[in-house]
Design a protein around this ligand. Structure first.
Ligand code: NCD
Length: 316
């Protein structure tokens, strides 16, 4: 693996390997000294052209726990706000000796453009490109599901037959796309639940079922119910009448929370719109994995950075 741009190209074995290495990294995080010397002398640049809290902090923590040097770059307050292009920015960072570039950008395909370019030789990790993909989020979600289901016996396990429902703004969600490919590769059965206006066209090729009835999907007893944020910043039209109406028909409100089978875990990638796609009680309930997802994100990103960067010799 030279870059991590998408989950669509990951085989079951490759995905399981990343999750297993992440288990080892999670063990490191329970030690008194949460640090490995593995990436000492390497430089990881976090190149964030879009706002982010948890993903940027998570990559920063992951790189630091592997002893890499970290340079954080965010577009606000940088020369990008003066009109500097991705190319010029990338070349500047390459000249500073970046070994790995973690990029978030509002344009779908930006990470792939950077990886295919000769602007930098760095390994590229896609940390979210427009509405396209967010592979480390899907990996941390799969890790979280596997961990809740198998606990300490998670290593080597796939998600064969595990039922996952992904609910909400599928249209604008890179999290949904990356999860569909990865969960399918791991053997899970994915159901997408959304208002017809928030379902992408040309979805027939996706390995997932579509439902327009959240209560029916809940009654079917999914192992995981993944609620998505309504991506208001990507909406240029009205996709549903009112927030109250959305919440009533498509949200995980307190009534639906009470009707969930005891074994269903509730997931959300964050940031949450409490009271819109998920109620406060659902977000804070013991079945919610939201905080585990954040903690697991660091382990998964450590695994990805390690697998991409540790093998590359300094001279190469
Ligand atoms: C997601 C993203 O940015 O795509 N969030 C995240 O990475 N923590 C999901 C979202 O913003 O809704």
């Amino acid at each position: 693996m030279r870059h991590l741009l998408s989950t669509a190209t990951l085989s079951r074995d490759e995905a399981t390997r990343i999750l297993d290495v992440a288990e080892d990294m999670a063990d490191v995080s329970t030690r008194e000294i949460k640090k490995l010397p593995t990436l000492r002398g390497r430089t990881v640049v976090n190149l964030f052209f879009e706002d982010s809290t948890r993903t940027r902090i998570s990559f920063e923590a992951a790189a630091k726990r592997l002893s890499a040097d970290v340079i954080n770059f965010s577009a606000k307050g940088s020369s990008v706000s003066k009109g500097e292009s991705l190319k010029d920015t990338a070349q500047t960072l390459a000249a500073m000796g970046a070994d790995g570039v973690v990029i978030r950008h509002s344009a779908s395909g930006a990470a792939a453009v950077l990886a295919a370019s000769d602007w930098t030789d760095a390994a590229v990790v896609n940390a979210g490109d427009g509405t396209h993909e967010h592979p480390t989020q899907a990996l941390l979600d799969a890790f979280t599901i596997r961990k809740r289901l198998h606990g300490a016996a998670s290593r080597g396990k796939d998600l064969d037959g595990v039922k996952v429902a992904i609910v909400g703004d599928i249209l604008h969600s890179r999290v949904a796309r990356s999860n569909v490919w990865l969960l399918d590769a791991l053997g899970a059965e994915v159901t997408l639940v959304a208002p017809p206006t928030l379902v992408p066209v040309r979805m027939e090729s996706w390995p997932a079922r579509v439902s327009f009835d959240l209560d029916e999907v809940i009654a079917d007893g999914p192992d995981a119910l993944m609620m998505l944020r309504i991506q208001q910043e990507r909406m240029r039209a009205a996709y549903f009448p009112t927030e109250r109406e959305y919440s009533r028909v498509w949200g995980l409100d307190d009534r639906r929370l009470a009707s969930l089978p005891a074994t269903t875990m509730v997931m959300h990638p964050g940031p949450m719109n409490r009271g819109l796609e998920i109620s406060a009680a659902a977000a804070d309930s013991p079945r919610s994995t939201v905080r585990e997802q954040v903690a697991n994100g660091v382990s998964v990103r450590m695994a990805v950075l390690y697998l991409l960067l540790a093998g590359v010799s300094e001279a190469a």
